[in-house]
Unconditional design. Sequence first.
Length: 348
Amino acid sequence: MDPLLMMKKFVPAAGVASEKVLGYKLLLEPICHQRFRNAVFLIAELHHRRRTHGVGGGMLLIGPSGAGKSTVLKTYAAEYPRTFGAQRTQIPVLIVRVPSSPTVRSLAGAILETMGDRKSHRGTAPEKTTRLVEFIKQCSVEVLLLDEFQHLFYTPSVTAFRDVTDWLKNLLESTGLVVIGCGLPAAELVIRSNEQLSRRFSQCIQMDPFSLEDEADFIEYRGLLKAIAPCLPMESEIPLHEANLARRIHTASFGLLDYTIKLLEGAVCAANLARLNTLSLDVLAAGFRERIWKDVPDILNPFHPESPIRPLNRPGEVFYQHTRKDPVGSPVAVKLGLRTTKGGASNA
């Protein structure tokens, strides 16, 4: 049965105001804010250097979950689609997700699989590496975008960690690739744990949340809310970019665009279920509870009239993990002497 028919059959007692917003998704082109523009520009600069001078290199793109890092990668790769010729496929830019517990063999296999190699699961690590280097040259790969780069800290052992970081360094040298490692802030520790790799990944782009403390940053965030508002299927009772409401939305999203969009999508659905045609503080509160923090105490809901409107980053609160910069739960990090404490303090 069509899911839309199922929704109609089991519609809540309150009903819905409009079928048009059932299962609502806010479809936006990538929002070209300053952080986004800077990240794309710096990747393009490395790419241009590779094409002009044949010099590869590495760069990190790090930030908390929801900051828009993966959107940067997808946007960049979309500008350089693979082309299929009679003799070979050309893949100028390749995005690969690092496996969750990587080894040299599994990472090489993941890259081969993304390139389209039907035998990506076969062979030893050296055999896969030889095939991968050959494919990179045959397919004219120029830029390799490695998403979830912090997964390298979750190798099965310290030996495997050293093997895979050395392997990545050797891949850079043998192919002349530009490699962008994209991930959580812990990804920076991956690079710093290998001196030779650190030298090749000396450049780092940080995509931090928008800040309430930085006036220019908050003004830019309000501008983004103003730009998003016309894309919503219903108006807000208070303009989204109004300073007080913008602070509440910022608190509810930790200044991260992904959570901002989740919040607004949840609010639209909550308003629709309540048969309302506008976004009020009540439906924004419901959207926050449904899409971001299910068990939020009423007083901490940023849209509650008596909310302290403070960052929700204390232990047990929804954005606590977003303030951590260390590889939580990584046995490799423990054995290397990296303390897993808030803020990523290290005694390495």
